[in-house]
Design a protein around this ligand. Structure first.
Ligand code: UDP
Length: 499
């Protein structure tokens, strides 16, 4: 049964995020966004992951009390038993390749509760994380339109598509520093060989990318946490050249009612004092340093980063997270005193209130790994970036930030590799110079800062009533409603996505 019994009941969308903060957080924000437009939203996930988004969902539901907007529901299903220790249900908890393999097996086994939900509830659409590529077939079997959610930019999606179609590494010189062009894109995009996924060295990852890309292409369409004004050439490229249907509904973080606790079951005990520390700083004088939720640094890298922050002479807030090597293994001499003095540097251990920090007037720059959420949050706050990518879409996002949008400077990382692989150590002097290029009074930093402020205005405008992202949400809702009517009168077969 694909038709709704009640033609006038609100649209019902199932959101199915991958089991990692960088996927859960924007999905929870997106559910809040659609719920505020009157859509009934359910998020399907496992207990530990539900706890990560609970506070954001609760805040959104509190805000909708007394309105006609339906509350967001979290449908909690058990984490499949694949031999991982209890509580290890999220990408951040993985420390070995063996656990990683089991984790991906567990993710595959979520197909059963996903199928059951579709069979029992027949939602009008499912927004499925692109990593769950198999959900394209499941959704088709149940006659439910699937919207892929890659959690990245259209720019990165276009780069990935070009790479997968053309496999430019096949003909590139076998030199890690060789510059390799991605053909067919609106801009000339070149990466070092060492920054790309090599299908020969990483066949599993290459195959995963192929499956993800194929599943998204055969879906009803894709929703993106981005906005038209950010990457207009790539909206055109995606839709016209690649023939992919995309709705840009971001920055979804701007729909969030929970700027402090967003994405955490427990906020760092340093959070409040960090905000007070920022209050005492001059506007635009502080660099914020955070590498998201999946990246770990070696003691040698941490030591150089500490040296670089010290050498830069600028104020900084550094999120070191809870795990990681003991400070005695990496803190250079004098650094503990620098922090203890409290005049120039503040360290946050645990979960930082990133949205509050980025939007604080004292912020002048962000040293980031270029995770798409952090990137877009920085763009929305008007904060320029020092880019320090490691893996996934991060090298592509760096190109967008530095070369296309011109709101950042690159620190110059060269090697693609996950959080559990070793990386080239970037020298403190290089780090200091990059910070000074970003936060200074030179021509370069003035131009970058102005561009960042302009983009922030565009980002906020996009999500306001009548803005491009606001309108894309409306267009998608209209299309799903029209499809519901067609299915009801039998014009669309349940397995036809209604395109
Ligand atoms: N984040 C946060 N506090 C932290 C660390 C991360 O709020 O201490 C949030 C950040 O705002 C972003 C997300 O976690 O929304 C990280 O996603 P991103 O895509 O930037 O990186 P990933 O962790 O997926 O690599």
């Amino acid at each position: 049964m694909a038709a709704k019994d009640e033609q006038h009941s609100p649209l019902h969308i199932l959101f199915f995020p991958f089991l990692a903060h960088g996927h859960l957080i924007p999905i929870a924000d997106m559910a809040a966004l659609f719920a505020s437009r009157g859509v009934r939203c359910t998020i399907l996930t496992t207990p530990v992951n539900a706890a990560i988004i609970r506070s954001a969902v609760d805040r959104a539901n509190d805000a909708s009390l007394g309105t006609d907007c339906p509350a967001i529901d979290i449908s909690v299903v058990p984490f499949p038993d694949v031999g991982l220790p209890p509580g290890v249900e999220n990408g951040t908890a993985l420390t070995s390749p063996g656990d990683r393999l089991k984790f991906f097996q567990a993710a595959e086994q979520l197909r059963e509760p996903f199928d059951r939900f579709l069979a029992d509830h027949h939602p009008d659409a499912v927004v499925s994380d692109s990593f769950f590529h198999w959900s394209a077939d499941s959704a088709a079997e149940h006659g439910v339109p699937r919207l892929g959610f890659l959690g990245s930019s259209l720019f990165a999606g276009s780069c990935s598509d070009s790479m997968l179609r053309n496999n430019p590494l096949e003909t590139a010189p076998d030199d890690p520093d060789a510059m390799v062009s991605l053909p067919g894109l609106p801009h000339r995009v070149q990466l070092r060989r060492s920054q790309m996924v090599d299908p020969v060295k990483r066949p599993d990852l290459w195959e995963l990318h192929q499956r993800v890309n194929a599943a998204d292409q055969k879906s009803f369409g894709e929703v993106l946490n981005s906005f038209h004004e950010l990457e207009p050439d790539y909206v055109e490229h995606y839709q016209t050249t690649l023939g992919r249907r995309a709705w840009l509904v971001g920055p979804v973080a701007l729909a969030n009612m929970d700027m402090a606790g967003r994405g955490a079951s427990a906020l760092s005990p340093d959070a409040d004092s960090c905000m007070r520390w920022l209050d005492a700083k001059q506007p635009g004088s502080v660099v914020y340093v955070s590498f998201g939720t999946l990246i770990s640094f070696s003691p040698a890298e941490l030591r150089e980063l500490a040296r670089g922050l010290d050498l830069s002479g600028k104020n900084f807030v550094w999120v070191v997270g809870r795990a990681g090597p003991d400070s005695s293994e990496w803190m250079p001499e004098g650094f503990a005193d620098l922090i203890a003095r409290g005049d120039r540097g503040f360290i946050v251990r645990g979960w930082a209130p990133q949205m509050l920090i980025l939007n604080h007037p004292a912020l002048g720059g962000f040293i980031t790994h270029c995770g798409w959420n952090s990137t877009l949050e920085s763009v929305s706050a008007g904060v320029p970036m020092v880019t320090w990518p490691r893996f996934a879409d991060q090298f592509n996002n760096e190109k967008l930030i530095v070369e296309v949008l011109k709101v950042g400077v690159s620190i110059g990382t060269k090697d693609f590799g996950s959080g559990i692989e070793t990386h080239e150590v970037i020298r403190g002097e290089v780090i200091a110079e990059s910070i000074q290029r970003l936060i200074g009074n030179g021509e370069e930093s003035n131009a970058i800062q102005k561009k960042a402020k302009d983009l922030s205005v565009e980002a906020r405008r996009a999500v306001e009533n009548g803005g491009s992202s606001y309108n894309d949400v409306g267009r998608l809702m209209d299309e799903l409603m029209a499809r519901r009517s067609r299915v009801k009168v039998g014009e669309d077969k349940p397995t036809n996505y209604g395109i």
